[in-house]
Design a protein around this ligand. Structure first.
Ligand code: PMP
Length: 381
């Protein structure tokens, strides 16, 4: 059966990108690889919104999260983690593993952090300065978009570094590392970049480099000083995932052809259409400040809809793969990814499948209501 992948990472990969992975390998210390690495970091910079160097790490998004912590945090340092979902908690766990004294701001899942609350916490801890604040651009478990721009503006005067997990969102939603005063940004290949998982990216501000250079913590594979040492000639310190680098090289060319502006507008439309459709079908959008890259969908409390049963049914009968809830949201929500190569008719497919699955399972539904709401927006109204 044909499969329709709506997971919010990995995402569907256009065939011209996929086939890059099966081309002949090159020597990663040779001219060709260096040219490609150079173009990849150049092409990804406008999406990260930085003029700083961007380093490519072999490892999924979590490896770049670990690299950020390993290079910024020394044992005993005070750090502040904003936890507003499953991935905020990952920052907490990594910082703990590296011996930091971790303070948290726990935000109710579904809501974004209020940057003023972060500022207040920094004021309260002035006696024991916070070295870095860890945040998440889009937490893929809740679908919430955080206001990194406001956060960066507020943190500036407190001397704490701002470290942002932008694995979700970056590449599909505008992100401006330099203008927003972000010190460390990490992202990965398998979501908005339409590339298989396995590589990730990290970029540091000058302030973050100063901290990195003086950091006392243990690190080896992810010691960013090793990556910087060969960066001028795009010499990687170790053997990179060459095939995946070929793939993202192609993906970035395609993305620049479309232009960042058009990509952001496309995602805005797809996000709006999906939210309108699920709302018309009687569901709730879980996020208060929803990102345009995925929609976290919650059945009404009285609806009797079992999200995992519905997902299983859609996968088995129609080959439509939605993602389930994570952590405390397990079997309370389902998630529809619409990032990367997603287009209007992907949304139509997902919503039509939802309507068919609901009808099959005898859940209350007004046939066509979701499609009507989606098409109205997808037609450009
Ligand atoms: N942060 C966010 C927001 C994510 O969505 C993910 C992946 N779902 C990660 C971090 C971890 O990335 P990976 O699974 O690539 O290690």
């Amino acid at each position: 059966m044909k499969q329709y992948l709506f997971t919010p990472g990995p995402t569907p990969i256009p065939s011209e990108i996929l086939k890059e992975q099966v081309t002949e390998l090159v020597n990663h210390r040779g001219k060709k690889y260096k040219e490609i690495y150079g173009e990849v970091v150049q092409d990804i910079k406008p999406f990260i919104g930085t003029d700083s160097d961007v380093f490519l790490l072999t490892g999924s998004g979590t490896s770049s999260m670990e690299a950020a912590v390993a290079n910024i945090v020394s044992p005993g340092d005070n750090v502040l983690v904003i936890r507003c979902g499953f991935f905020g908690n990952r920052w907490h766990d990594i910082c703990k593993a590296f011996g930091a004294t971790v303070r948290t701001i726990d935000v109710e899942w579904g809501r974004a952090v209020n940057p003023r609350v972060v500022e207040q916490r920094l004021q309260e801890t002035e006696g024991e300065p916070i070295k870095a604040v860890f945040a998440t651009f889009v937490d893929t478990s809740t679908g919430v978009l955080s206001d990194i721009e406001e956060l960066g503006g507020l943190l500036k005067s407190y001397g704490a570094l701002l470290v942002v997990d932008a694995v979700s969102g970056l590449g599909a939603v505008e992100y401006k590392m330099d203008d927003w005063n972000v010190d460390v940004t990490i992202t990965a290949s398998q979501k908005s970049f339409m590339t298989p998982p396995g590589i990730s990216f990290i970029s540091l501000s000058d302030d973050a480099w100063e901290v990195c250079n003086n950091n006392q913590g243990a690190r080896y594979y992810f010691d960013l000083r090793r990556y910087r040492a060969g960066y001028d000639t795009f010499e990687p310190p170790y053997t990179p995932a060459i095939s995946t680098v070929f793939a993202i090289h192609k993906a970035l060319k395609i993305m620049h052809e479309e232009t960042p502006k058009a990509i952001f507008a496309r995602h805005e439309r797809l996000g709006r259409a999906t939210r309108a459709a699920v709302t018309a079908l009687g569901f709730q959008v879980f996020a208060m400040n929803p990102a345009d890259v995925l929609t976290v969908v919650k059945p009404g409390d009285e609806s009797g809809i079992d999200p995992d049963a519905l997902r299983d049914h859609l996968a088995r009968k129609y080959g439509v793969l939605l993602a389930g809830g994570q952590g405390p949201l397990q079997n309370r929500v389902f998630r529809i990814g619409h990032m990367g190569a997603a287009e209007s008719f992907d949304i139509i497919t997902a919503i039509a499948a939802l309507e068919m699955g609901m009808a099959d399972l005898g859940y209350p539904i007004e046939p066509g209501a979701g499609l009507a709401a989606a098409t109205e927006i997808l037609r450009g109204k």
